[in-house]
Design a protein around this ligand. Structure first.
Ligand code: SAM
Length: 307
């Protein structure tokens, strides 16, 4: 994940090229949180990145703090703050919250598209330390965009994202990005973090909701957020110009370019392969849908949790 912390990482570009989360999803989250009397004083958004979720939470909470280990991301967020009394951004991690966040003080912790990178045992414990009793821990991810109706495009995507051309094709240097992701985080993303769950001694009412896209057969008229089986439904009509920016926002892209950027730009190569094999141009419109998962949990009544 170090790519996000590098000073030359373009966080504005990141902001523009990533998918966002649906109003239905926020509604589901807020319903879960209020069901058992959750309060709305303080929410903390960990791994806030460019602040998508942090800025949304201010609609519901009196105060919101976004934290991220990346100074570059925090600086970008601070540029967008208009009301310094109710929202702030601080350096911190899921495992080690900034000291300003006091024990038993937080009503809701959110972690979007970041909790696959963390040390889970420490993250669950640290979240329980700062959450109020019955406070909500909520984290979620989207995985890969599935090109609806284009199995060949999905195979090309799989190669560039998960595979090694040295292992698969015997190429002289690495032409794909599978080995350029930090592990085990990328494997956790691939499995939608099935392996980890908030521990029972600290949390109760744990909900995990997974949505797997019907790979290649979703009829267009059924691709409708109100008819799908998840509130965390992320669909977009994209073209290759958008997709190029999306690939350029990946940490693995930055890591690959560090090693091989003198040869060519791997994002452009990837997009050219899609365009050539699928007969697409920069403006061809394609529908993509992401596999998603969300987990909600409530903090149990516990004695003070230490770090
Ligand atoms: C893919 S971005 C997600 C940003 C934003 N939450 C979103 O939904 O778009 C992942 C973020 O996780 C942050 N991150 C990496 N390691 C972390 C950790 N141990 N604890 C909290 N955040 C972490 C990175 O700096 C990066 O900003």
């Amino acid at each position: 994940m170090s790519a996000y912390s590098e000073t030359n990482f373009n966080s504005q570009h990141y902001d523009d090229s990533r998918p966002n989360y649906t109003p239905q999803f926020y509604k589901e989250l807020i319903n879960y949180h209020s069901e058992k009397g959750g309060e709305f004083n303080l929410a903390v958004d960990i791994g806030c990145g460019s602040g998508f979720v942090t800025f949304e939470l201010i609609k519901y909470f009196k105060n919101v703090i976004g934290t991220d280990p990346s100074r570059t991301m925090i600086d970008q967020c601070n540029k967008n703050v208009t009301n310094k009394n109710s929202i702030e951004f601080l350096i911190g991690t899921a495992e080690n919250q900034p000291s300003k966040i006091k024990p038993n003080s937080v009503d809701l912790i959110t972690g979007a598209e970041c909790c696959h990178w963390v040390n889970h045992e420490r993250f669950y414990k640290e979240s329980a330390r700062v959450l109020k009793q019955n406070g909500t821990l909520a984290y979620w991810f989207y995985k890969d965009p599935i090109f609806i109706g284009y199995p060949e495009a999905n195979k090309i995507y799989e190669n560039y994202t998960y595979n090694s051309s040295i292992e698969k094709l015997g190429s002289g240097y690495e032409k794909w990005m599978g080995n350029y992701y930090q592990q085990p985080g990328h494997d956790y993303l691939r499995s939608l973090l099935k392996e980890k769950s908030p521990p029972n001694d600290l949390y109760y009412d744990v909900i995990r909701h997974e949505y797997i896209v019907d790979r290649d057969g979703v009829p267009k008229n059924e691709v409708d957020p109100f008819k799908t089986k998840t509130p965390l439904f992320i669909k977009k009509t994209i073209n290759m110009k958008w997709f190029l920016n999306y690939v350029k926002s990946w940490s693995a892209y930055h890591a690959w370019m560090k090693d091989h950027g003198d040869k060519y730009d791997i994002a452009e190569e990837f997009i050219n392969e899609l365009k050539n094999k699928l007969n697409w141009n920069d403006d061809t419109e394609i529908e993509v849908i992401w596999d998603t998962v969300y987990t909600f949990a409530r903090k149990r009544q516990t004695r003070l949790v230490n770090r």
